[in-house]
Every structure is written in C-alpha cells, then in structure tokens.
Design a protein around this ligand. Structure first.
Ligand SMILES: Cc1ncc(COP(=O)(O)O)c(C=O)c1O
Length: 361
C-alpha cells in the first residue's frame, strides 16, 4: 500500500535512565540527577490550593515567572524565554540557527539532547576530545570550520561533573569566532561552589553571542512540570518567540516555578546537603578504588578502572538491592557509571549496600 512518506532521521532516540526494573518493587532512583530533597515547602502549599484555574490558557509569555527570574537573577526581563524544560529551548535554538550541513561542536561526553536536536535539523555534529573527562578548549577550537554555527557546553558538564573556570570560559569565548554562538548550559550551576567557577549567566549577561540555559528540573525539584528558560540577546529572543509553541508553559508549572525561585532557604539547604553527601559518598567509594570527579553538581561519575569489579557488575549488584544508577553505555564512557546524590536515607542505604557488595567479592 502506498502511504505518505516521512523523513528518515538517522539518530537514536533519547533513552532516559531507568526508573523501574521490575514492577511493584520499591526502587531507589539515583539515575536522573533529580532533586534529592524534593521541592520547597512553599511550592508544596500550591498543591493544596483548590482554586487552580484550568479552563483558561496560560500566559504565552510567562510574564509573572520571567519577572521573578529577572528579579532573582538580576537580569533583563526582555532577554528571557521560557521553555518546556531547557530541553525545548535547546530544540528551538537548533531550529533557529541550523540549516542542513551546518556544523555544531560538542564535547565528546555531553548531554545527549544537543546532538539529537542538532541532527534532527540536518546539522553535522563534530565531537571535541576531552582531557581526563574535562572539556578541552583547544580541541573545540581545532574542530571549528567555516560551517560551525554553534558550540554547546554544559558547565558543570553532564555526565562528567567537570567544569571550565571563569578564565577558561573567557578564553573560549575570546578565541572562538564571533559569528559562532556559544551556548552555556547552567543546569547544575547552583551546586558548584568552587571559587574559580562562575555561571554562564553571571559571566555573559550582556553578550550578544552567548546564549545561556537554565532549568527548574534540578535543584528546584520541578522536573515533572517541564520548565526551564533561556537567556540571550534580545534579537535572538525575539526570533525564538516566533518558533515557540504558544502555550508551552502550563499555568501550574509557572506558578510553582515562580514560588520555587523565591525560596532561597530551600536552595541553600539543598546545596549543603549535596556537598556533604557528595563528599561523603566520594570518599567512601575511594576506599574501594572507585574514583570520581570533585563535587560540582548533584551527581558523581564513578570510574571503575582501578576497582576490583567492573562497573557492569557493580550496577547489577545495586539493582539486586533495589538501587538504580545510570549506565554510561549511551554516552560511550567505558567502565563508568553516573550516580545521583540522593536524600540522607537513600545515601545511607547506598553506602550499606556498597559495603555488602565488596564484602562478597
Ligand atoms: C546539562 C543538562 N541540560 C539540560 C537538561 C534538561 O533539563 P530539562 O529538564 O530542563 O529539560 C539536563 C537534564 O538532565 C542536563 O543534564
């Protein structure tokens, strides 16, 4: 039978980290870098409000939320656009900038959606090598051609947990051709307290060729509501508004994100929790020669190259004990796993299970 022909897209669809293995088992999910402390109590109060409006369309420009973002980040209201997750902003940026055969540069180990959305619009992805899991500026520069349109980096980077310092970011922007858009994804910036670190937003607020991504899915604990934002030059933002689906942010998500951003106390608590448990888990795992990045975000990339057992066996043993962490197979990082920092109960349980695993090998 003749049927309408669709385009063939030569990419693998994004596969999220596992959240269940067998039904009806109470798994501990430490695979998706979600908020370990849930959500702010101030946001929880909104859930109890019985007067939520659902028959009206939401504000297509999310003005209330953008006002709050502008106030709390000391940045320009007119340079903010909200997306259904920062994910949607990545998609819109690719639609806006990339034609068939244009090139995009990505660090070899980077968030998978950059390559997926770039390829969907027909662009070619060039991967820059990393040094010991850290983004290499010189290697990015080596990959530049006259077809390069965008360089995407997450800082700190997912899944490696490493970061570029302020001076490195400045060097990258200075040495990169001015016509190339540098996209800096700040998804995990709140967790990185290192003195030489600065978020993309704080460094490049006034830049015309840097675009910044932020999300409410990580420290704010709103992953399921799908809400993030982008920040860039007004001309870019105006064009993105032409592409943006009109009602991409639902009313409830906007309400929750607006409240979440005002709760500094919750963010402070989440950061301290993360630093405490991140370092505790890191040093505990080092006893078994499982090495990891310094704590810069809410996950650790665990490297098993010196360990008695392989990452595969370790993951299997964790699953046997109801703990799910992220395989690095899709990212093509050998003998490594990514572990999100959980709440105190989950972390304590994890350390007990690890002890048990190594007792029996
Ligand atoms: C670096 C990075 N950017 C963006 C995202 C997507 O965030 P969102 O939930 O806002 O789409 C993730 C999610 O894991 C991420 O790790």
């Amino acid at each position: 039978m003749t049927v309408p022909k669709f385009k063939y897209i030569n990419i693998e669809a994004y596969r999220p980290g596992k959240s269940v293995i067998k039904k009806n088992t109470n798994y501990i999910k430490l695979s998706a870098n979600e908020s370990s402390l849930g959500i702010s109590p101030k946001v929880l109060k909104i859930f109890k409000n019985k007067n939520l409006i659902t028959n009206r369309y939401p504000d297509s420009k999310s003005k209330v939320l953008r006002m709050a973002i502008s106030k709390h980040n000391n940045c320009d209201f007119n340079k903010i656009i909200c997306g259904s997750g920062s994910d949607e902003i990545i998609q819109m940026i690719c639609q806006l900038y990339l034609n068939k055969n244009d090139e995009v540069i990505l660090p070899e180990y980077s968030f998978l959606m950059y390559r997926i959305y770039s390829k969907i619009v027909g662009a070619k992805v060039r991967f820059s090598k990393e040094n010991n899991f850290k983004i290499s500026i010189s290697n990015i520069l080596k990959k530049v051609t006259n077809k390069t349109k965008i360089v995407f980096i997450a800082n700190p980077n997912n899944p490696t947990g490493t970061y570029l310092s302020k001076s490195e970011l400045i060097t990258l922007r200075r040495k990169l051709n001015k016509k190339i858009l540098l996209v800096i994804d700040d998804a995990y910036y709140e967790y990185n307290l290192n003195k030489d670190y600065i978020s993309g937003l704080d460094l490049f607020k006034s830049s015309k060729n840097v675009f910044v991504l932020r999300t409410f899915s990580k420290i704010y604990g709103l992953a399921s509501l799908r809400i993030g934002w982008g920040y860039g030059d007004k001309k870019i933002i105006n064009e993105l508004y032409k592409i943006k689906p009109p009602f991409n942010i639902n009313y409830f998500a906007e309400l929750c994100a607006t409240k979440a951003i005002s709760d500094k106390q919750f963010i402070k608590k989440s950061v301290s929790h993360n630093i405490f448990w991140g370092n505790k888990i890191k040093s505990n795992l080092e006893n078994y020669k499982i090495i990891s990045n310094e704590v810069t975000c809410n996950f650790l990339l665990l490297n098993f190259k010196n360990c008695k057992i392989s990452s595969k066996l370790f993951m299997k043993r964790l699953i046997d004990n109801r703990i799910i962490i992220r395989s690095m197979e899709e990212y093509k990082i050998k003998n490594c796993l990514r572990l999100s920092i959980g709440n105190s109960k989950e972390n304590k349980y994890l350390l007990t299970v690890v002890k048990k695993i190594f007792k029996n090998v």
